[in-house]
Design a binder for this molecule. Structure first.
Ligand code: NAD
Length: 466
């Protein structure tokens, strides 16, 4: 971007920030009635635009209609309805205890909105990743700037349209564009940045936030492992694993990225995976209406290169013009293979046998902490072993991905896979400051605490304070 267009962009964004900050400071976003009305309007607009949303996601990602309806339209309408129903309860002061030395007093944590938030989304679930956090930001009483991903242009345009028509434009605005627009935005002072995307840009976002001491939530990705123990139900495991690994064309942050199988069941499990893949997608997978496409040529080339990382036992076919890479399963993939060096974020699933569950634990602990981990086993103690001995944003036993629909479980990473959690009340909290408040009466004023201090008084005070 040349100097003059950069200056114009900054001026435009500064004007937007001034407008949003003025609205926040006016107190307009604080009344619960206003928050509820905005949430109702956003939820209704998403529902009313269902057909347009399905079409935009088909155009950007070839997303199957069922996946668009469940993971974007229904997810968002439910998230808005929940936030509308619960925001009054979430906003109430949360009582905490008061130790004896502080008595008489009442102590509580009072949620207050942070101010003007920036929500940056990725392209794989382009509406969910921006409007989802927004529901919590609205419920908590914030203003917000929305920055959807330029890699999903049809969905981003629709998001801007819905923002304009359904929300209070004095409090919410969207910015379209790519690196230049986002970089300029990051120079502005926000009160919260909620970022979804890869770790490399996560670092850029966090460095920019540091300039203003802005708190961040980083929803990143990484290599989420699946472990299949010898005592697992192989039929159900194969179905659940293939469904999770190839949903949205494998472009899902919590997809099982690779699969370790106890060696005694490795061959029978591979046979099950082959059976299940052909029952899901048919013999000619490219004709299946139940399988998405790669988002763009750059990602197509990146994922296509990873297919050579092992022997293909399922899929392997590709068609550049259609951005199609078949659901592909590789066997005996070694740790040094390209598919094991980066998050795949596409329809390739490397598998390999492990001699023992301890070896699997060791393999996981030698690498970055994953966003999700999936353990398939019939034994409670095997699940508990991975819960106790490994670290991940979320650990799920005997299934994958579906934990995301439980709004009681905050979703987020740890270490390289991110920081902070969200969904339901946890999104509300991510956009709130829980102000510590202590209220005391005037009675019970102990004179010991005031000068002139005495030795006897000091001893008594130390006893009381302990
Ligand atoms: P992306 O390329 O769409 O980038 C994300 C956002 O960052 C976009 O809005 C983009 O405009 C902006 N951006 C890109 N480059 C930038 C730069 N140099 N400076 C400032 N802003 C910039 O998305 P991506 O990174 O390809 O997303 C894929 C990653 O996101 C994967 O690692 C995936 O696991 C992760 N992800 C995580 C979650 C989660 O909830 N944890 C959800 C979806 C995706």
């Amino acid at each position: 971007m040349d100097g003059s267009s950069g200056t114009a962009l900054r001026a435009q964004q500064t004007e937007m920030m001034t407008r949003l900050r003025k609205t926040f400071l006016s107190g307009k976003t604080k009344p619960l009635a206003w928050r509820k009305e905005q949430l109702r309007s956003l939820g209704s607009a998403v529902a009313a635009n269902e057909a347009k949303i399905v079409e935009a996601l088909r155009s950007d990602l070839g997303k199957p209609i069922e996946e668009a309806l469940l993971a974007e339209v229904d997810y968002l309408t439910k998230e808005c309805a929940l936030a509308e129903k619960k925001c009054a309860a979430w906003s109430k002061p949360r009582k905490v205890g008061t130790p004896l030395p502080n008595m008489p007093a009442r102590s509580m944590r009072v949620p207050e909105p942070l101010g003007v938030a920036l929500i940056i989304g990725a392209w794989n679930y382009p509406l969910q990743e921006v409007f989802g956090p927004l529901a919590g930001a609205i419920a908590a009483g914030n203003c917000a700037v929305l920055k959807p991903s330029e890699l999903a242009p049809a969905a981003s345009d629709l998001l801007a349209e819905i923002t304009k028509s359904a929300l209070d434009n004095e409090a919410f605005d969207s910015v379209l564009g790519g690196v230049a627009e986002t970089s300029a935005l990051l120079e502005q002072k926000f009160d919260k940045i909620f970022y979804t995307g890869g770790a490399a840009v996560g670092r850029i976002v966090m460095s920019a936030a540091a300039q203003h001491l802005t708190p961040v939530t980083l929803e990143l990705g990484g290599k989420s492992p699946a472990i299949v123990a010898a005592d697992a139900n192989l039929d159900v495991t194969a179905r659940r694993l293939i469904w999770g690994a190839f949903m949205n064309g494998g472009q899902l942050c919590v997809r099982p990225d690779y699969c370790m199988v106890e060696e005694s069941v490795y061959e029978p499990f591979l046979a099950k995976l082959q059976e299940v893949a052909s029952s899901f997608y048919g013999e000619d997978m490219q004709q299946s209406p139940h399988f998405a496409r790669i988002v763009n040529d750059r990602h197509f080339e990146r994922v296509a290169r990873l297919v050579d990382s092992g022997e293909v036992v399922v899929g392997g076919q590709m068609d550049r013009a259609d951005k199609f890479i078949a659901p592909t399963i590789l066997r005996d993939v070694i740790p040094d293979a390209p598919a094991m060096q980066e998050e795949i974020f596409g329809p390739v699933l490397p598998t390999f046998p492990v001699k023992s569950l301890d070896d699997a634990v060791h393999f996981i602990n030698e690498r970055d902490k994953p966003l999700a981990m999936y353990v398939f086993t019939n034994s409670e103690s095997t699940g508990d072993k991975f819960i106790a001995e490994t670290s991940a944003g979320t650990l799920m036993v005997n299934d994958c991905v579906v934990f995301q629909t439980n709004h009681h479980l905050p979703f987020g990473g740890v270490g390289e896979s991110g920081m902070g959690g969200f969904h339901g009340r946890y999104t509300f909290d991510a956009f709130s400051h829980l102000k510590s408040v202590m209220k005391r009466p005037f009675w019970g004023d102990v004179s010991l605490r005031y000068p002139p201090y005495t030795e006897k008084g000091r001893e008594l005070l130390r006893k009381i304070m302990m």
